[in-house]
Design a protein around this ligand. Structure first.
Ligand SMILES: C[S@@+](CC[C@H](N)C(=O)[O-])C[C@H]1O[C@@H](n2cnc3c(N)ncnc32)[C@H](O)[C@@H]1O
Length: 222
């Protein structure tokens, strides 16, 4: 079981996250492409999106995954939210080419989703829990569970604890300056998901430029 006391906890308060990401929005794509592409692509494969679904991406960022989600779900409903207006602005620019008929991008927080109970087939959430304090993770997972349909799919990617040579370097940078890492430290969500009513079907470890990610497919337990 994951015990939070020996682990690195979040050190950038949620009240500052919107501003931190507004400031790095213009360079985020470069970071995302260098270190996160493999994990993000694998997450999209595991999502197995079928056209016509209701899909919510929480912490949509600059829309790196959301663009692919909308492209694969042209007749469905695609909703993306994020705390940072700067990141959302970049996402809107990226999505322009797809028209605006079947998606919306809004400012919002994972702690209070606007969607109705049991309204989503799939919820995607990439590289957000690594910024969330351990004590707050359960509240977000309760929201995810509320909006997912029975048996609904949760696709998660997180910066995780390094398992291979050199991969702990990012946690060392975080220890020195959390903001330099955009507030992200390595987390492992499998046990936390089980504790909050999700059945974890798969958890994979991926590493790119030494940056460690976990990719999880889980289902809302019925
Ligand atoms: C590391 S970026 C990842 C962005 C995107 N998911 C990706 O993979 O490229 C983290 C994002 O989480 C957003 N975020 C952090 N806490 C959030 C919350 N409570 N609700 C919604 N978004 C949040 C930040 O604003 C930022 O855009």
């Amino acid at each position: 079981m994951q015990s939070s006391n020996k682990k690195l906890d979040a050190r950038v308060p949620q009240s500052e996250i919107g501003r931190v990401y507004d400031e790095i929005a213009s360079v985020y794509n470069m970071w995302g492409r260098l270190t996160e592409t493999k994990a993000r692509s694998r997450a999209l494969e595991l999502a197995e999106i079928q056209d016509g679904q209701h899909i919510l991406e929480v912490a949509v960022g600059t829309g790196l995954a959301f663009y692919e989600i909308v492209r694969r779900n042209p007749h469905g409903r695609n909703l993306g939210i994020d705390l940072s207006k700067g990141m959302l602005e970049k996402a809107k620019q990226r999505l322009q080419i797809l028209g605006s008929a079947n998606y919306s991008l809004q400012v919002g927080t994972a702690f209070h989703l606007q969607e109705e109970d049991e309204s989503m087939d799939t919820l995607v959430n990439n590289y957000m829990f690594d910024l969330i304090p351990f004590e707050a993770m359960g509240r977000i997972l309760a929201e995810f569970k509320r909006v997912l349909k029975k048996g609904g799919k949760l696709i998660l990617v997180n910066m995780t604890e390094g398992e291979r040579w050199g991969s702990r370097v990012y946690d060392r940078i975080y220890n020195w300056s959390p903001k330099l890492m955009g507030g992200c430290r390595g987390v492992m969500l499998r046990d936390t998901l089980h504790q909050h009513g999700f059945k974890v079907e798969t958890r994979e470890y991926h590493q790119q430029l030494l940056f460690p990610s976990e990719v999880i497919r889980a289902y809302k337990s019925v």
